[in-house]
Structure formats: structure tokens, C-alpha cells
Design a protein around this ligand. Structure first.
Ligand SMILES: Cc1ncc(COP(=O)(O)O)c(C=O)c1O
Length: 387
């Protein structure tokens, strides 16, 4: 049978990391010694209180049934309390917070809920590749907007306002920013809310990195009037080392969230209750959790800086989040990434994966223990780099 895939699939390719990780795995299997500094999956474990709460819930009879599409009341309460404690944002647990299976799931649901074919979507370049991939699957019209170093990786609103915005329905923003490590500012969030209101655009801030190496966690929902035009995705993946658990949330006005629930409730049948129990335990952790986590990331970042010095790249030492974004002097970062892989056995993500504005950049992940970062330095030295 010659079964053809749907047109929407023809518009996207297999995710870059899916392909690259297969290649690296195969090369390691074939005996190559490769250190992977590419992927952003936290390597450390969640707090023991999270694992304990989950295993207790797992043992309890009656916890194995389908669950509510909107998560348990306790989970929504824990999410709302977390937003209040860390962002001073009040959320109504019945209408303004919707648990998700990761924020990546949210990107799909939001796009399905709001995008018609030929609607325009503003997508950051560089940015998380899923925004564009999903928009293409919806047959929406992807409009990339520039994030440039000289603009502190913030959108150029003057340039945006010169565009024909009449068909723009949605704008993806992601602060603290991945891959650039740029932090959010209150002024930026205010400007985004004004932009959304002025042009009737749904602004979605994807906010999974606000607790990693960041002294001032912020939410776009802190801005007055944000709820009329903006929603925010958040996630437990990075903040609590729970990437594999698949827990996230979307917060904002029920006028917007009800459409997302409409999609979601037709797609899954609720989150496994023991996972919800673990999420509740995670969300009750205090600042000390983030302090000890960031202590480790801070030390790793120093090694990452040394690696980047060694390969003659420049970076912002105040970067936020789980990655260091660095500019190469050679210009073509994709070539440099391949060279590092083949000559030194180190994989560092080329910035071009995130859009053409990343062509001259590399992204090092901090999800690697110190000893592997130190080994990377040694491997570079052995391969003749100047460290
Ligand atoms: C910017 C950004 N958004 C969303 C995600 C997905 O996170 P989650 O694990 O919550 O689906 C990632 C994961 O790497 C990310 O970097």
C-alpha cells in the first residue's frame, strides 16, 4: 500500500535533536568517545519529597483511573500558589490555570485552538524550533521576527509595527530567552502587552527558564491588563529536574484558556494522579531548592565559559537559563560544531538550529556534570585547541 502522509506532515522535518542524537548514539556505539554538550534535559534528580509523594500515591488504591481534564483541584491550587509566591500573580484556580503535559504540549494545543490556515504567526529568530514547526502543521503563515544581539535579543517593535499585522493572530515570545540567555525586563513585558492590545494579537510567553541562574524571576502576567492579550506557559521540566515527567501549565484568562481546554480535552484523558502528587510536592518547595540547584549550574557555567574561551567564542557572562550562547569568531558555527565533533569528540549545538540569526553562534547546555565539562576541556586541548 502506498500510504501518503498528510500534507501537514510534509511541512515539517524530524526534529533536529532527534536526528542528531541518533547520529551521536550510533557513533558512540561504534566506539567513538563523544561528550554531548547539546541537549537541554536536566541530568540531576528531582527532590526526594517529589519522588516519595509520587510513590505513596502510586501505592494507594483507586489512583489508577482516568483523571480530570483540568487536573485535580489540589494541583491547580499548588500551581496558583506557586505563581503567587514567586511572581505575586493571583490566579483563580477554576478558570485561570490549566495543567498541561509539558509546555511543548501547550504549544500544540494553543496553535490548534487559535490558528486557521493562512493566519500569520510571529515567531522569534532565533527561537525554540517547535513554534514554527507547529505553526506549519496548522498551515499557518510563519513570520519570523529578528532577535539581535545589538538589541539585547529583544524584538524591534518599530520594525514589527512597520509590517502589515492585520492577519497576525499570535506571537510567540520566550523570556528568559532560549537559546540566547537574555533575561526579561518589566519594560519588555509592558511593551509586549501594549503591542498585543494595539494589534489584537495573542501574546504567548513561554517561560520555562525563569528559575535557572536568574536572580529576578518574572512573569508577563505581572503586567497590568496582561490577561486581555497574553497567556503564559510554564513548566516543571527545568525548574524541578522533571523533564521526563511531562508537567507544565498555561495561565491566563478563562476566555482564552477555555479554547485550549477544548482541544486538550479531546486529546488526552487527564494526567496520571501520582504524577500530579509529585508535581504538588515540587511546587511546594521553597527558595532553598532553587539556591542549591543554581549553585551547581553556576559552577558548571564557569567550565562552559572556559570551553568557549578555548575555542575563541564570546559570550555574556550574565546569561540566564540552562545554556550559554556564544558568538564564534569564524562566522559559520555549523562548520565549527561539526569540526568540534569530528576533531575533539564534543558535540555543541550550532545556533542555526534556532534560526538564521543563530548562524554565528553556538549553544552549550549546562545539563552536564562538571567532570564531563572538564573532560571536554581536556579533549579540546588534546585536539590542539588553545586552552
Ligand atoms: C523554550 C522552550 N519551550 C518549551 C520547551 C518544552 O518544555 P517542556 O518540557 O515543558 O515541554 C523547551 C524545552 O527544551 C524550551 O526550551
Amino acid at each position: 500500500m502506498n500510504l501518503k502522509a498528510a500534507h501537514r506532515i510534509g511541512k515539517v522535518e524530524e526534529y533536529y535533536f532527534s536526528r542528531k542524537l541518533k547520529e551521536i548514539k550510533l557513533r558512540i556505539k561504534n566506539g567513538e568517545d563523544i561528550v554531548n554538550l547539546g541537549i537541554g534535559s536536566p541530568d540531576m534528580d528531582p527532590a526526594s519529597s517529589i519522588v516519595n509523594a509520587t510513590s505513596e500515591a502510586l501505592e494507594m488504591p483507586g489512583n489508577h483511573a482516568y483523571q480530570s481534564y483540568i487536573g485535580s483541584e489540589e494541583l491547580r491550587e499548588a500551581m496558583a500558589n506557586w505563581y503567587y509566591r514567586f511572581f505575586n500573580v493571583e490566579l483563580d484556580i477554576d478558570h485561570q490555570v490549566l495543567p498541561l503535559m509539558g509546555s511543548k504540549e501547550g504549544i500544540m494545543h494553543i496553535s490548534m485552538a487559535f490558528l486557521n490556515p493562512d493566519d500569520k504567526v510571529l515567531i522569534p529568530d532565533p527561537g525554540y524550533p517547535t513554534y514554527a514547526a507547529v505553526a506549519k502543521m496548522m498551515h499557518a503563515d510563519v513570520v519570523m521576527y529578528d532577535l539581535l544581539e545589538e538589541n539585547n535579543w529583544q524584538p524591534d517593535f518599530e520594525a514589527l509595527e512597520q509590517m502589515d499585522l492585520s492577519k497576525v493572530k499570535l506571537m510567540w515570545v520566550n523570556y528568559p530567552n532560549m537559546p540566547t540567555g537574555a533575561d526579561a525586563t518589566t519594560a519588555l513585558f509592558e511593551r509586549l502587552v501594549k503591542f498585543g492590545k494595539d494589534h489584537h494579537i495573542l501574546i504567548v510567553n513561554d517561560n520555562p527558564y525563569s528559575f535557572i541562574l536568574n536572580d529576578n524571576p518574572r512573569s508577563i502576567m505581572q503586567i497590568e491588563g496582561a490577561q486581555s492579550t497574553a497567556i503564559e506557559l510554564n513548566s516543571l521540566s527545568k525548574s524541578f529536574n522533571m523533564a521526563g515527567w511531562r508537567i507544565g501549565m498555561v495561565v491566563g484568562s478563562d476566555k482564552i484558556l477555555k479554547h485550549i481546554l477544548n482541544v486538550k480535552s479531546n486529546m488526552d484523558s487527564g494526567m496520571f494522579l501520582p504524577i500530579q502528587a509529585g508535581a504538588i510536592a515540587a511546587l511546594s518547595l521553597g527558595e532553598e531548592w532553587f539556591n542549591q540547584l543554581n549553585e551547581i549550574y553556576r559552577k558548571r557555567r564557569i567550565w562552559a565559559f572556559k570551553i568557549l574561551d578555548c575555542i575563541d567564542c564570546s559570550y555574556d557572562a550574565k546569561c540566564v537559563g540552562m545554556f550559554v550562547w556564544a558568538k564564534t569568531k569564524v562566522g559559520n558555527a555549523e562548520q565549527l560544531s561539526e569540526e568540534l565533533l569530528n576533531k575533539a569528540g564534543i558535540f555543541i549545538t550550532p545556533g542555526s538550529v534556532f534560526g538564521s540569526n543563530g548562524d554565528e553562534y553556538l549553544r552549550i547546555s549546562l545539563c552536564t556534570p562538571d567532570k564531563m565539562l572538564i573532560r571536554s576541556l581536556e579533549k579540546l586541548k588534546n585536539a590542539g585547541y588553545g586552552c
